[in-house]
Structure formats: C-alpha cells, structure tokens
Write a protein that binds this ligand. Structure first.
Ligand code: ATP
Ligand SMILES: Nc1ccn([C@@H]2O[C@H](COP(=O)(O)O)[C@@H](O)[C@H]2O)c(=O)n1
Ligand code: MG
Length: 210
C-alpha cells in the first residue's frame, strides 16, 4: 500500500489518510473573510487541529524546499498551486498529528483541488463552513492586516478575488448541491460570527463550549 500522495498518484494506491480516516471540515470563504480568525476560536472551543493550506505553503517556502520558488511566485500572483503539492503538505500534517479531527482552511480552492483530494484520500468533509463576506469588507480587512504577506497588496488582492469567484465558488456550489455547506454571515464583528459558528459545531460535536 502506498503511504504518500506521490505514491498514490503514480501507482494508483491508497493514501495513508484513507487508513487514518480523519474527520475533516473544510473552511472556505473569500480572501480576508475571517477563516483563520474563526479557526483559532474553533480550535479553542471544539478541539480541532487547524491546518491552513496557505500557511503550509508559506512554511514550505521558508523551509527552502525545491518547490519554494514556484510556490512563492504563485502566491505573489494570487493563483492556485498545483494540487499534488498542497495535498502532499496536508497529508503530512494530518499524519503527523495525533488528533483525528481537522479544520482544513483555504482548501479545496478549485475543482482540481477537490477532485484530487477526494480521489487520493477517500475523505469527504463532514461539512463545509463558508464565510460569506462582501469584497469591500474583505478588501478593507486585508489592507489593514499588516502581517507582511506578499499578497496583501491591492493588485494581488484583486487577482485573489477573481480566482475566488472564478474557481473557489464552484467548489462551494458543488458541496452546497450535496447539502454539506453551512453558510455564515462573516461581515459581522468577530464575536458575532463566532456565535453563528458555534451553532454549527455544537450539534455535531460532543466537545461543545461550556
Ligand atoms: N469579523 C471580523 N470583523 C473585522 N475584522 C476581522 C473579522 N474577522 C477577521 N478580521 C480581521 O481581518 C483580517 C483577515 O482575517 P483572517 O486572516 O482571519 O482572514 P482569512 O480568511 O484567513 O484570510 P486569507 O484568505 O487571506 O488567509 C485580519 O486582520 C483579522 O483580524
Ligand atoms: N488550496 C490552496 C490554498 C492556498 N493557495 C495559495 O496560497 C495563497 C494564500 O492562501 P490563504 O488561504 O492563506 O489566503 C493563495 O492565494 C494561493 O496562491 C493555493 O494555491 N492553494
Ligand atoms: Mg487565512
């Protein structure tokens, strides 16, 4: 049995994830909709492990990986990295964790991400948390985030919005057609957004907030 995403792709064998069978929630929404902010709250209250695909890609750049330059260029342009790269990083992070439930933030970003993840891992998300927010509000948030991200400039922000509308919304619509999307009004203040998030998690999780 193959144990890596690479092996799964080339040999048509199972991913190690199809053996571990973790519980997965995809966390999607436009750039700056508040995915990372809310995931931190969910981790604290519901015991999930947060995996941000963007953070894993940025860590890959910092590690000096052979893919680093390619990933850096793609992030700077706001475009989506080839799925095998991102899936391999997600698989590694899940396998290295002792937890069995994960928030996967910012993935799948397009149909290629989705189809490859499902076919390689056999994992279907429990549900998809979708943070819905206007571009005006997201742009305001990103321009004042001040975390030194190379893609938080107005030119790249507009490219990221375009990719979201043209590719990522397709994935949200796909899961919506399967009844798996939980849509949250993400334009409200952080605490109010989290109240809505809690309502989604509480019935399906026995580790509810006190
Ligand atoms: N509900 C909110 N109201 C106001 N500001 C918010 C809210 N949620 C998050 N923010 C702020 O907006 C910025 C973007 O939030 P965050 O990093 O969580 O978004 P994201 O969806 O993970 O973005 P990206 O897709 O770029 O990674 C941060 O500075 C955060 O503090
Ligand atoms: N599935 C993904 C997720 C992210 N990327 C690239 O990273 C950038 C930043 O992502 P954030 O979620 O941290 O905003 C994104 O614009 C993409 O360039 C990706 O390729 N695939
Ligand atoms: Mg984020």
């Amino acid at each position: 049995m193959g144990t890596s995403v690479d092996a799964a792709h080339t040999e048509g064998t199972e991913s190690a994830l199809s053996v571990k069978k973790p519980k997965v929630v995809f966390v999607l929404g436009g750039p700056g909709s508040g995915k990372g902010t809310q995931c931190a709250n969910i981790v604290e209250h519901f015991g999930y492990t947060h995996l941000s695909a963007g953070d894993l890609l940025r860590a890959e750049i910092s590690s000096g990986s052979e893919n680093g330059t390619m990933i850096q260029n793609m992030i700077s342009e706001g475009v989506i990295v080839p799925p095998e790269v991102t899936i391999k990083l997600l698989e590694k992070a899940i396998m290295e964790s002792e937890n069995d439930k994960f928030l996967i933030d910012g993935f799948p970003r397009n149909e290629e991400n989705r189809a490859m993840f499902e076919s390689v891992t056999g994992i279907v998300p429990e549900f998809v948390l979708f943070f819905d927010c206007s571009e005006e509000e997201m742009e305001r948030r990103l321009l004042s985030r001040n975390q030194g991200r190379v893609d938080d400039n107005i030119d790249t922000i507009r490219k990221r919005f375009k990719v979201f509308v043209e590719s990522s919304l397709f994935v949200i619509n796909y899961y919506n057609s399967k009844g798996r999307v939980r849509k949250i009004d993400a334009a409200k203040p952080v605490a109010e957004v989290f109240e809505a998030v809690k309502a989604v998690f509480t019935p399906v999780d026995d580790k509810a907030a006190a």
